[in-house]
Design a protein around this ligand. Sequence first.
Ligand code: DGL
Length: 265
Amino acid sequence: MNKDSPIGVFDSGIGGLTVLHSIMDALPRENTVYLGDTARAPYGAKSVETVLRYSIENSEFLVEKGVKVVVVACNTSTAIALEHLRERLSVLVIGVIEPGVKRAVRSTRNKKVGVIGTEATIQSGAYTGALKAADGRIEVYSRACPLFAPLVEEGWTDNAVVEMTVKAYMGSLKQSGIDTLILGCTHYPLLKKAIRKYLGSSVRLVDSAEETALEVALALKKNMLAKMRGKGIHSFFVTDAPERFIKVGRRFLGEKVESAVRIER
Ligand code: DGL
């Protein structure tokens, strides 16, 4: 492992490409290795033991690839497995929750912060715990939104079904008077427009993907930035047939995923 080693990113599947996208924007010269556990996604309704086991396997794969940092792009994995991975791995491990929480704490004026994510993420209490640890006066309003991820994967981000779903999930959050909302799931940055339309522009939306990329950049700037010139090389690995990942991946990455290698699980 050296400065030119890749940044490793894993997710339960496709959604983590939003995090990779932000990392590529923030650090265009870095090589990256992405693993999407597409065969076993979604993680959002799975048990703690299962998400933990999958997260360990994913990160060990990345470490074997010689990465200099493991980015846990999946909110569900971060909520359940981050501390465990930090103890277990010899490389730096960065999750998506702390960066989003830091931004939310800086952003809120009325100390009412909303969090949306998968069932497992919300049930873990990881966001609530981190927000409260950062500022005990913050009131946290959280809501699981399990239908959001499949809608986004279907390419539905801006139609009547999305509007109705946003309203159904976010009605009570709107009532609570939050001024900041953490988008605590890989897929939700693609729903920003619909969420903003419903909540109004006075509610600040925190994009965990962007905040995490800034955190990765900050960590690498200490003395781990790539020395290479030119654009980084990006490799993709998946645990199921790559076709759907390549097809749907463009929506999340903003550009085409040229190819992905299937690994056995
Ligand atoms: N990647 C997951 C997350 O950010 C969403 C999809 C899933 O449930 O696996 O929580």
